[in-house]
Write a protein that binds this ligand. Sequence first.
Ligand SMILES: [Ca+2]
Ligand SMILES: [Ca+2]
Ligand SMILES: [Ca+2]
Length: 453
Amino acid sequence: MGVLVGGLLGCGGGNNSHADGGSQRDSGSADVPPVTRLVWRQVLVDSPNAGHQVELALAPDGSLGMAYYRPTGQSQMCNRTDPPAPTNLYDIVYANVKDDGTVTKEVVTTVPLLNLQGLGFAYDANGNPAVAFMGGAEAAYRCGGTDIMLARRTGPSNWTITTVGGDGNVNPVFSEDSAQCAAYQDTCHVGDVVGTWAALAFSGNEPVVAYQDIHFGFAQDDFEKADLELLVGGERVDIDSVRGAGVYPKILIEDDGNPSVMHYCPFVNAGGIWQTWKDANGWHRQKVVPRMSIGYKLGYARFGEKHGLAYYPPFQNRQDVEQKLWYVESPSGMVWGSPEVVDAVGDTGKSPSLAFDPAGRPAIAYYRCRDTYDPRTQDCNPSTDGIKLAVKGSVWESVLVWNDTGVYDGTYVALVFDKDGLPAIAYQAQALDTSTSPPTVVNELVLLRSKVQ
Ligand SMILES: [Ca+2]
Ligand SMILES: [Ca+2]
Ligand SMILES: [Ca+2]
């Protein structure tokens, strides 16, 4: 444990629902406590430099699993640039926390990456965890891993890693995409860099992996014309082609076993948040949220037929939308209502993670950057920030779950409901350790467990 544990963890603050990417059975009504009656305790999962882009899931055995990046502090030289340049090495870590607080951690693999751009985490039908990520080989013009990879746990500290794809040469499912791809010099098929923004879900034991194809992966044009690709039914397909889509994807598996993918397109030609899904009639897609800048990451979950999406628009000179937490719901998974503001106090809603509680109420865990709205700054305030949880009964009710002064508590946030139907939140706590010279940044991965007061 790091020297900041006392500072980070010392200040006591206070089913069957599935979080982002999970599926959800109807469970009828259930007794659920008001969010204001929950008390919280911290479990330190990893320190001193852990929790980057953490994803959280309820394991079939009732324990809680997490996958995240942990910088190794090491790098390797890449000769794709002139002069050669170092590429940072990151551990991908799987952590498991049992009810009694026992924490186990395993390094799944170590990958060289230019940027951290997400990972997918889920349990298969046999209860084995799996991680989808960008790794594998370098590309012609890009350093670090440039393939979409899948790691599946086959035993303690034992992971079988396969390459899902090394390039983006797969066919679009939409005929208009095929036409557009052809009009852009066959862009959707060229290049050798895939795997940014990986997402993972299981249809039974069959992995469904969403990821971007960024073609050659170095020019602005490559990102503007990125594809969103999907491994589904053992086959790779292109489900959104040459429009720059596929940022922050989340996958839900519907009752018929087909996927519904929510993803963000930051570019003008298709800007906004899109839903792309398959049913017995084939593939469909629609824009759910109009064009705006969206911050890391999307919350997407369902409860029976009801689907929900949570998102956070950062500063963009649009006071009507920015620096608030938003939610939009669909009763069917196909027709969406109007977006509603969940929380608008200060700069709030970063890293939103959505799950439904056992009564079918949407719940969102997120980071409040500061408690006052000020479009002139995007700096967070460690005194007035913190982890928040909002739950919608008849109206949205939100509580501050945790805020330690001097700590940025919530740089990455993930929510699930545990086997008792109570919310659990994984987050990264970031603080400066001034006992070292020079001071060092400490990134702790913390799991918050709740019980009814
Ligand atoms: Ca590649
Ligand atoms: Ca492609
Ligand atoms: Ca704080």
